[in-house]
Design a protein around this ligand. Structure first.
Ligand SMILES: C[S@@+](CC[C@H](N)C(=O)[O-])C[C@H]1O[C@@H](n2cnc3c(N)ncnc32)[C@H](O)[C@@H]1O
Length: 211
């Protein structure tokens, strides 16, 4: 049973069919609320389902105006130790592509994003940590020909993810589902039933409290 219109249901199915379970973002300590939120919004647009993050301190900063609800359509996975987390993902078959503005980084368009890939984004001041760079299989950079040394991290994320999308579209990877059938069913139920029921109950509770 679904608690959404058939139009909404079709849209949700389309989105789930295009989600790329093996294209992931790892956010290492991005502090700015606008940046973190804009990264999530691009992930949703490109079809990234799983966003891993390491964040020192409390909750990750999300601005709903900027994220535009994208935080509800991607899965945020909090990691307590970035190096351990990336080693684990490597063990699962992912290549780790770290962004780094160093001499020995490759042009980001040279990476093969059709492989299971985790793209690592770094802190606004310090970039990706040295410990994480050590774990990476590949370092990439977006060429810079201006006076400023780097791009905004959410802009860098968008450029790299759209290159990944370009490669994956060409390889037909958006034409067949990449989520497992279990994942697909779980998210379909969550997005078309559980969450809507939960929201309805919350609203009813609020109405009761204020009456
Ligand atoms: C403002 S930059 C950090 C600059 C830092 N001083 C450094 O040297 O890495 C924040 C993040 O944005 C991304 N980024 C910005 N410009 C980039 C570029 N030209 N190529 C690749 N990643 C970039 C990277 O993830 C980087 O860690």
């Amino acid at each position: 049973m679904y608690l959404v219109t058939s139009r909404r249901l079709n849209r949700i199915k389309e989105v789930l069919n295009r989600r790329q379970r093996d294209l992931r973002i790892f956010i290492e300590n991005v502090r700015n609320v606008h940046n973190f939120s804009a990264i999530l919004r691009t992930c949703d647009a490109v079809g990234v389902m799983y966003v891993h993050f390491y964040y020192e301190g409390g909750n990750p900063p999300i601005n709903r105006e900027i994220a535009r609800g994208s935080e509800r359509w991607v899965v945020l996975i909090r990691e307590n130790d970035p190096v351990q987390a990336l080693r684990r993902l490597k063990g699962e078959g992912f290549q780790i592509v770290a962004t780094a503005l160093s001499e020995d980084s490759k042009d980001f368009r040279e990476a093969d994003y059709t492989k299971p890939t985790v793209i690592v984004l770094g802190n606004e001041d310090r970039g990706v940590s040295a410990a994480v760079l050590d774990v990476a299989d590949l370092k990439v950079k977006i060429p810079m020909y201006g006076m400023v040394q780097s791009l905004n991290v959410s802009v860098a994320n968008a450029l790299i993810l759209y290159e990944a999308q370009r490669q994956r579209l060409a390889a037909g990877m958006y034409d067949k589902p990449s989520l497992t059938p279990e994942e697909y069913d779980r998210f379909l139920k969550l997005w078309t039933y559980d969450r809507i029921l939960e929201r309805g109950l919350s609203k009813a509770r609020l109405r009761e409290d204020s009456s």
